[in-house]
Design a protein around this ligand. Structure first.
Ligand code: ADP
Ligand code: GN1
Ligand code: MG
Length: 370
């Protein structure tokens, strides 16, 4: 048995799954954590599944703080959902404790493992298959924002400092260019020029925050379409997952990151840029769904800045992919050479599409503001 397998077996042994573990297989398309689907057989009852994850130590340096955040947020959401007559077991993540009552298990290397029940009869989409499903995800993220509006933000740890600090992301890109450890800078001049032309943009949302125009809220910060589970039968977005980055942030970033990932018809790492096009009709349905889910929780200024959320999250994500490419691809999981550069290029293509349709994006927001 290899070492990775040994750690997996030890982690499986640390939790009480209420039945014999009959298998654990790699699962999902996330770029960060190691995710496994655990199959168990509880006596004569039907097989039950769980999600077991090794939290990325490259991305998250304090798993104890991260899990404290998640336990706090999921307990809070459970109460909100129950009070509204919903089903907390399907509508929020629930942390399964270790046999000794902890929220995670630390392996011999310090890797942190946690378990959630698998939420059955749901689908997790890698692309907006239909406008209706995209709108359903929007409602779920808007509703998530609304449910957490009274969560005590000052009790949350910052699990990744400066996570959506676009100015800091720009500084890190410049440092990676100066270091050029992989000798790749020579291959990315057009991308660096693209960023240089938009340096001032990197400060727009942060300046609005500093000026007191945009409020700091409890936000998800990683609102990709594949971080919401959709009920297979009703097509509704029922559960927001991947709560590792729930911390104080800007609502426009949650809105914007969903647009970045979902308001187009191509993969994030598509190499043929002619296939990568912003679809304003998907922006339209997402805006409608998000505002409906948020149900008045956003201020006028936040509504004004929603297109900026889309532009900044997409630009920032492109900057992050480019930085990781220059640094040797150690943050985002890659499956092939050049994948992070391809990812960067799709993001920048989308940014230029938004720039061309900026007034139309603003008009969409105006259509749906109350
Ligand atoms: P990452 O941070 O690596 O993206 P996620 O927490 O998003 O990790 O999990 C990866 C994938 O695992 C998700 O995109 C989803 O497909 C699946 N998943 C995670 N948690 C659950 C759950 N409780 N029930 C069903 N599927 C889940
Ligand atoms: C990562 O964990 P995952 O795959 O849902 C990343 C996001 C990026 C996204 C790009 C903790 O999301 O910030 O926007 O990849 N998560 C973290 O696809 O860095
Ligand atoms: Mg995820």
């Amino acid at each position: 048995m290899g070492q990775a397998e040994q750690y997996l077996q030890a982690a499986l042994g640390a939790f009480d799954f209420g039945g014999e573990v009959v298998g654990a297989v790699r699962y999902g398309m996330g770029h960060i954590n190691d995710t496994f689907c655990v199959h168990t057989q509880p006596g004569e009852d039907p097989c039950r599944r769980f999600i077991l994850q090794r939290i990325s130590s490259g991305a998250f340096h304090h798993p104890d703080q991260l899990m404290e955040n998640i336990v706090g947020v999921t307990s809070f959401l459970s109460k909100e959902i129950a009070a509204a007559g919903g089903d907390p077991a399907r509508e929020t993540m629930q942390v399964v404790p270790t046999k000794d009552g902890k929220s995670f298990y630390a392996d011999a290397e310090g890797g942190a493992w946690r378990v959630y029940p698998f939420i059955e009869d749901t689908v997790c989409l890698q692309a907006a298959e239909t406008p209706e499903l995209f709108e359903a995800s929007a409602f779920a993220f808007g509703n998530f924002q609304r449910m957490l509006k009274d969560y005590p933000a000052d009790t949350l740890y910052e699990t990744i400092p400066h996570f959506h600090d676009t100015e800091d992301r720009l500084r890190k890109l410049k440092a990676a260019v100066a270091a050029d450890v992989m000798g790749r800078v020579k291959d990315v001049q057009p991308e660096l020029d693209f960023v240089a032309a938009r340096e001032a943009d990197c400060s727009v949302a942060l300046q609005a925050l500093r000026d007191g125009k945009l409020p700091l809220r409890v936000t998800h910060n990683d609102t990709k379409l594949n971080n919401v589970l959709i009920d297979r039968e009703s097509g509704k977005g029922i559960c927001v997952i991947d709560l590792d980055t729930v911390m104080p942030g800007l609502s426009i970033n949650d809105f914007g990151d969903s647009i970045r990932f979902g308001a187009n018809h191509s993969a994030e790492d598509e190499r043929d840029l002619s296939k990568v096009n912003f679809d304003i009709s998907l922006f339209d349905v997402y805006t409608r769904g998000y505002l409906e889910g948020a149900a008045g929780a956003l201020t006028d200024a936040e509504l004004d800045y929603l297109p900026w959320g889309a532009k900044l999250m997409t630009l920032e994500c492109g900057i992050r992919f480019l930085t990781d490419y220059l640094e040797g691809d150690h943050y985002f999981r890659t499956h092939r050479e050049g994948q992070n550069l391809d990812r960067c290029r799709t993001q920048f293509k989308l940014v230029s599409d938004y720039e061309k349709q900026w007034d139309d994006m603003k008009a969409v927001v105006d259509k749906y503001r109350a």
